[in-house]
Design a protein around this ligand. Sequence first.
Ligand code: GDP
Ligand code: MG
Length: 166
Amino acid sequence: KSGFVALIGRPNVGKSTLLNQVLGQKIAIMSDKPQTTRNKIQGIYTTEKTQIVFLDTPGIHKPKSRLGDWMVKTARETFEEVDVILFLVDAKEGLGPGDRFIIEQLKNVKTPVFLVVNKIDQVHPDQLLPFIDRYRQLHHFAEVVPISALHGNNTPTLLNVIQDRL
Ligand code: GDP
Ligand code: MG
């Protein structure tokens, strides 16, 4: 099985940490150069059975310019082309404008979106369900997967759930 995954989420939710956790420090070499291509490959997870290509989606953040608007449009095109969209959110932070903006971009996208709730090591388990419910009121998520990207909690499960969709 092989497929493409778009990893989205506002800054500091843990996208790079997740890629490092999944791909290993040595493979997830990411340049911080400004985005010029629309589907930048962030890394490739490879096993004997599976290949998952993780893509960055430039322009998913709040647009500040006309260039930003253009990038939002290409981000939408990317969403239609991938097999799974991982929407990473921060369990410790509330649902903020950055998340709302991204959820708006996901409107009418047919690709399955997984809500990946990161940094669960930072919150009490009782806080998790109310946190998730707030997101669920705004969008239909194909899966909800709580993880700690930093410590690797539940990241193998996340990979399994992705593989089931390829
Ligand atoms: P990005 O901007 O989405 O790529 O976010 P980063 O991967 O750079 O992470 C931002 C910060 O959150 C860093 O200081 C990470 O160490 C921290 N972080 C990421 N994942 C976790 C997690 O699961 N638990 C905790 N406690 N911190 C995390
Ligand atoms: Mg990053």
